[in-house]
Design a protein around this ligand. Sequence first.
Ligand code: NAD
Length: 370
Amino acid sequence: MDEIFKYSDEFGPKMIVAVHEPEARLKGIVVVDNVARGPAIGGTRMAPDVSVEECFRLARAMTYKNAAANLPHGGAKSVIVGDPEMSLGEKEKLFRAFARAIRDVKDYVPGPDMGTNEACMAWVQEEIGRAIGLPGEIGGIPLDQIGATGLGLVAAVDVAKDFCGLDLNGATVAIQGFGSVGQHTARFLKKRGCVLVGACDIHGTVSNQDGLDLDTLLDLEKSGKSVIEYGGKVEDKDAIIDVPCDIWVPAARPDVITLHNVDRLKTRVIPQGANIPMSPEIEKVLHERGVLILPDFIANAGGVICGAVEYRGGTREEAEAIIVDTVSSNTRTILENVRKKNVLPREAAITLARERLLEAMEKPDFNCAA
Ligand code: NAD
């Protein structure tokens, strides 16, 4: 029992569900953390090494993220053990089995996350009529195609630049994880005049202080190849940490920066595309060194905002406007509080989210207008 209840506090989790279907090779966990603001939305992650703890921490991040973004949704997350590069047929079988297994967890609306995509959500929707991040043909706003999360991250950077005197024109960028979030962030930052000097995926890192050609990298990814096929200076995936830059974007896995490698980072701003890319202790070390952290659940809320707009039948244009408005105004609020109250960005962000969460928990008939 202690193993499970060690995560419990006044906010949740409401339930932790294990799903197992040997015939489809399904092993997964759903954590529904808090539903005070409405049905919980949060992505389904597929990776070979996911854990209950990772799932819980990600679910809590969703509770805070959805509350901070003023969405009428609680927070949840699910993880499925598996190799995202399995065949399409195996994936479909797995996702349909997953969907059937969570049919009765009605408080949970799944969405795409690492290792999953719109097609996976379409299978879930077909099985149980409940998913976000759907393909356009069946009423979705294609959040990975429009780069909803990248759009929000760059809106956060746009606000942050004034708090740390950074000129985006010519600012250098390194991206860890050149997937959906990483690619669109690179694209939107390029539009602001930034120069991409490093990118990595699971296979390795490419870097060049004179700049990498973004279109070439995007073409490689589109054709299913790794960034390392770009050529030039190629190193292992963790070498991205050593690439000196003004903006270092984590867009891969949790806990990628630790006490063992934090001294290698040479950057000024870290907009957290990935969820929990480092612990609060590491953020403190960086903050004391003058590095501006833009916390995950504030800066990377674009995807879930897009999903929430889709869930209520809104349009892409509406979603984009709400993403930029919400992420900009939340980033400004927390960075002003960092200055005024001399707290860490994450502390200011958690205070903002908890206020909005408690407001809902204290009113049983809470009805969010967003
Ligand atoms: P993705 O699967 O499209 O891309 C992940 C990328 O990271 C790939 O390029 C992969 O090769 C690389 N990668 C995986 N493990 C790595 C490692 N150990 N070191 C270096 N690179 C590695 O995933 P995504 O949708 O872009 O999500 C990336 C991160 O952003 C995740 O942490 C996810 O939770 C978070 N996030 C995603 C969204 C969204 O809208 N997709 C929204 C909010 C947060």
